[in-house]
Design a binder for this molecule. Structure first.
Ligand SMILES: *[C@@H]1O[C@H](CO)[C@@H](O)[C@H](O)[C@H]1NC(C)=O
Ligand SMILES: *[C@@H]1O[C@H](CO)[C@@H](O)[C@H](O)[C@H]1NC(C)=O
Length: 311
């Protein structure tokens, strides 16, 4: 009798443990070291995007891109050391749409040789002459948009995302259809208080943005720009003083505030990792914060429906 009670107790508490386990594995798997504010000092000298773009060269890029009309061009912010993330994407959802990775340089760039090899092997890597630091992410995204305008001007949609995001090509197709007329769509946040804690990744100092709230913006883990609006967004960005938070900058300050473009919320472009791991996340077009191992869902039972090639 006691044994049965004990067993029941264990069974009853299992879901609780499971929830905790999921929660503890949910977010910020690789939180980077905290940045002292001095990393932002380059913006004190000049916040004009033109000033930077004129001085940043492309060191590596594929020789030919966008041969045909592209329904969705995926631009992934990556970083030199994340070659495993890039490979996980190449082996899964990257096969299903035109996908390019953008990285800068590290201090001791002995990885440049690796970059040439990787670029030659996959023809999907763009290396800019820019310090690869997340306080420079706004510059990186500006470079990505510029590259897309020059190299792939006929893309119907441009999807800006990160290398720890898993995309579901099937659901994405539906999301694109549903938002066909929208200028920008993604996961929308409203009336957000800027992070004023100096040692966080999302620190937004008052000297860059002095208002109490950010009325609305689309989260940078995955937002989509209609190809028709790309040029006006990029052109406007040349004249808006830079801030360090990329998604607030492009979707709010440039698109919404300066151009008056509406930001459309679509919860299927999720910045979260679902609590319940229902592979292959068919209710989402994208999910965030995945390790390369989690992304490699080739062993997923529903895999066949997903359209990934099984090795
Ligand atoms: C950002 O990039 C600029 C231009 O390449 C550079 O001068 C600056 O040091 C970079 N900032 C960080 C934090 O790496
Ligand atoms: C900032 O950049 C603009 C545009 O390139 C340039 O005209 C201006 O002289 C720069 N200012 C400083 C202080 O470098």
């Amino acid at each position: 009798m006691a044994r049965r009670k004990c067993l029941l107790f264990v069974l009853a508490t299992l879901p609780v443990f499971w929830v905790f386990w999921q929660l503890s594995h949910m977010d910020h798997a690789q939180t980077p070291p905290s940045p002292p504010e001095k990393n932002l000092h380059y913006l004190r000298a000049n916040r004009s995007l033109v000033h930077y773009l004129d001085n940043i060269n492309i060191l590596i890029e594929p020789s030919s891109v966008c041969q045909k009309k592209v329904p969705v061009l995926v631009l992934v912010t990556s970083t030199p050391s994340h070659y495993r993330h890039r490979d996980a994407i190449r082996n899964t959802w990257g096969k299903h749409q035109e996908t390019y990775f953008f990285r800068g340089l590290t201090q001791d760039d002995d990885r440049m040789a690796d970059a040439y090899i990787e670029a030659k092997q996959h023809s999907d890597l763009i290396v800019h002459e820019l310090q690869d630091h997340y306080q420079n992410l706004t510059l990186k995204v500006a470079l990505m948009l510029q590259w897309a305008l020059h190299r792939c001007p006929r893309a119907e949609f441009v999807f800006k995302t990160d290398d720890d995001v898993m995309l579901n090509p099937r659901t994405l197709e539906t999301v694109l259809e549903d938002n066909n007329g929208a200028a920008l769509f993604g996961y929308k946040k409203e009336n957000i208080v800027p992070d004023r804690r100096e040692y966080t990744k999302w620190y937004l100092p008052r000297w860059l943005y002095n208002e109490e709230l950010i009325p609305e913006y689309l989260l940078g883990s995955g937002y989509i720009i209609n190809g028709k609006n790309l040029k006006e967004i990029f052109s406007a960005a040349l004249h808006i003083p830079l801030i360090n938070i990329e998604d607030i900058h492009f979707t709010y300050l440039v698109a919404k505030r300066a151009l008056g473009l509406p930001l459309t919320h679509d919860r299927r472009l999720s910045p979260y990792k679902p609590w319940i791991f229902t592979c292959p996340y068919k209710n989402y077009a994208s999910v965030h914060s995945l390790s390369p191992e989690e992304m490699d869902i080739r062993n997923c039972p529903q895999f066949a429906n997903f359209g990934f090639r099984k090795n």
